[in-house]
Design a protein around this ligand. Sequence first.
Ligand SMILES: Nc1ncnc2c1ncn2[C@@H]1O[C@H](COP(=O)(O)OP(=O)(O)OP(=O)(O)O)[C@@H](O)[C@H]1O
Ligand SMILES: [Mg+2]
Length: 360
Amino acid sequence: MGVRSRILATFVVGSLVLSGVLFFFAFTLTRSNLRQREVELGLGDQSIGETLSSLRTSLILATVITVLVGLMLGIVSSERVVQPLVGAANAARAIADGRLDTRLEPTDDPDLNALTDSFNDMVARLQARVERDNRFASDVSHELRSPLMTLAASVEVMVSRRDELPERGQAALDLLVADVARFSGLVEDLLEISRYDAGAVRLTRDDLRVGEFVEQAIRASTLPRSTIQIDPRCATAYLSGDRRRLARVIANLIDNARTHGGGGAAVHVTPADDSAGHVWIAVEDTGEGVTDADIDRIFDRFSRGTGASKRGASEGAGLGLSLVREHVRLHGGRVWVEARRDGNPGARFVVELPCEAQAS
Ligand SMILES: Nc1ncnc2c1ncn2[C@@H]1O[C@H](COP(=O)(O)OP(=O)(O)OP(=O)(O)O)[C@@H](O)[C@H]1O
Ligand SMILES: [Mg+2]
């Protein structure tokens, strides 16, 4: 039984008991009074009966009214008691959704103020902690960026003189080049994530011709020869988007097809099935696909699929798809993974973005 029902039941039962007691005393006292003064007042049995019967009717009516009033008071009181709890539940939900500046309104009720104060205090501490953690990731990435740039520049100099190195030196240099590139990518991803956390991401929007843009992004990716199929209905469609970030989305999905999805990617650009004014950019591969358990999880930060290390792709940090989701969301779109539609094994990552027939 909920708090609301318990309060309501207390009021109804209370008013019922109270009116029952009043009913009993009023009726029995009046009856014995009338009987005692029957002769003195010259009342007959019939008139006493009639008087008692009309008294009973009035008392029953009074009982009904009392219970109804009790019910109404119960509803009002339970609403007043439950209201702050509903407010606290809504605030907790808002905080869980990331709105950390949510607070409970102070009330003039001293009993409730203890709850409000400790709740607000807890949220303030949580907010400070989350902000400190966000700043930490951003500060560390910034600090790492400059030595990393120096390292990359030095490595570049060594690469230009690679032929002068002995064979073992060349092998070591190749490993260094790969690791510096991976490290730079990781630091860039961490910086981008801290910008999202700080709410500091501003899109630099351009009108992009969908087909042309996807083709360019694929040419600049790690699998430039991937197959591209563009539905004629999308060839002239435009989307208003941030060129760098959307190219990153496509590059990340193609990179994943290369490392986790069997090595090849095919990209399909089609109008969205069910939402008009949207385009789908789908990247398909020929790997093992994504298991049901991983379908949502892999879009979380630092989350890698259960089969990732098994497939020998152990070097990824698990940030790529979380950034894809943030970029796409900021463009008013969504991204998900599903099985390939032609029934062949492999994953199909779909990016849905709003688009228009003409440039705005
Ligand atoms: N095309 C795919 N096929 C099967 N699994 C995939 C595919 N793409 C991603 N995954 C799974 O999703 C996980 C998360 O991908 P995500 O791109 O976020 O991280 P990552 O590729 O492991 O590392 P990073 O992109 O940060 O270098 C991967 O570890 C992999 O298990
Ligand atoms: Mg990746």
